[in-house]
Write a protein that binds this ligand. Structure first.
Ligand code: PLP
Length: 349
């Protein structure tokens, strides 16, 4: 397989479509932060093809970007907005989330957000939320769960109960009610209401940081680079900055042109595997800005130009974003979202 660039994230549109097909409907696909690193417009188009009816973003500029690309689906901007951003969101014909009188008055269509225990955005003030919910430009009611990805916890059912109580108090049946993120959508049908707001699962990433296959999800992103240089190190010779790894026997070493300048984080120093010719090989030495080094052992059939898979499948082996996340002490969301613009995104089918 030939590579168009030193580091490429292939985005499998079919996987996004099929993931959307497996999620509850109606579905709002969350494509904020460049579609969790997959490319916002690409992800949005694939999600819509897979049956999503709404798209959600965090910022007004993200909404404007989708409109500029010709996407005409319903849009929801979920983040806090400055007055200028509110004008941008309105200009993009997006609904916005409101928890203050000021935003509710200034925006044409709002979704009122009650903070039932996320403790971040939304209002905890029931009286205010009820007043906002009664306004004629209110189109939706929402909340957001803090612990939907912690099976068996008691905060999630408490949030759900508080939200239900609020819905009863509002007593309007003409509003679009939504609460569930991916974990909630997969965990509890009672959280679905009129729409689910799924992000991570759309991309085939597991909200519980397990193997997405166990939930019928297909990872959409794979990360590729190539063997750009090969050398043989003698025992005792080292690779990379700070000599963070030394060969204890004669060892072939591949240099792969991807580094923290691409979002392949330095925390993966001596702490990742890559796939070459369908086999796992350890990343050795420090991750530098533009390159990493990979140990191939005392003998190797690896050749210059061979494809290197850092996330994804090759032969019978695969490396999940969840594995990379575990090694970094983070979550899969951050691994894909953290891939920088220097990594070329390549939609494939
Ligand atoms: C308000 C809101 N709803 C839904 C989502 C989607 O969450 P997930 O990617 O876990 O499905 C997010 C993402 O963080 C969010 O902030």
């Amino acid at each position: 397989m030939s590579l168009s660039s030193r580091a490429v994230a292939r985005i499998d549109l079919g996987a996004i479509e099929r993931n959307c097909g497996r999620l509850p409907k109606p579905l709002c696909a969350v494509v904020k932060a460049n579609g969790y690193g997959h490319g916002a417009v690409t992800a949005a188009q694939a999600a819509l093809a897979g049956g999503a009816e709404w798209l959600a973003v965090a910022t007004a500029d993200e909404a404007a970007e989708l409109r500029k690309a010709g996407i005409d689906a319903r849009l929801l901007v979920m983040g806090a907005l400055t007055a200028e951003e509110l004008r941008t969101a309105t200009g993009a014909d997006a609904d916005v989330v409101a928890w203050t009188e000021a935003v509710a008055e200034a925006a044409p269509r709002v979704h009122v957000k009650l903070d039932t225990g996320m403790g971040r955005l939304g209002t905890k003030d029931r009286e205010l939320a009820l007043r906002l919910a009664a306004r004629p430009n209110t189109a939706g009611l929402m909340t957001h769960f803090a612990t939907a990805d912690e099976p068996g916890d008691d905060h999630f059912p408490a949030q759900l109960a508080a939200f239900r109580e609020f819905l009863d108090e509002v007593g309007r049946d003409d509003l679009l009610v939504h609460a569930a993120n991916s974990a909630a959508a997969l965990r509890d049908p009672q959280s679905h209401f009129d729409m689910v707001r799924c992000g991570v699962a759309v991309y085939g990433l597991d909200p519980l940081q397990e193997d997405p296959e166990t939930k019928g999800l297909e990872p959409a992103l794979s990360l590729h680079s190539w063997v750009a240089s090969l050398r043989r190190l003698e025992a005792g010779e080292s690779a990379g900055y700070g000599r963070r790894w030394r060969a204890y026997e004669p060892t072939w070493l591949a240099t792969v042109p991807i580094g923290y300048g691409d979002g392949w984080r330095r925390g993966l120093t001596n702490n990742a595997d890559v796939l070459i010719r369908g086999r796992r090989h350890p990343l050795v030495g420090a991750v530098s800005m533009d390159n990493v080094t990979v140990a191939l052992g005392p003998d190797t059939d690896v050749e210059l130009g061979d494809e290197v898979v850092l996330i994804g499948r090759q032969g019978d082996e695969r490396i999940l974003a969840e594995e990379v996340a575990r090694r970094l002490g983070t979550i899969n969301y951050e691994v894909t979202t953290g891939l920088l613009p220097r990594v070329r995104r390549e939609p494939v089918r």
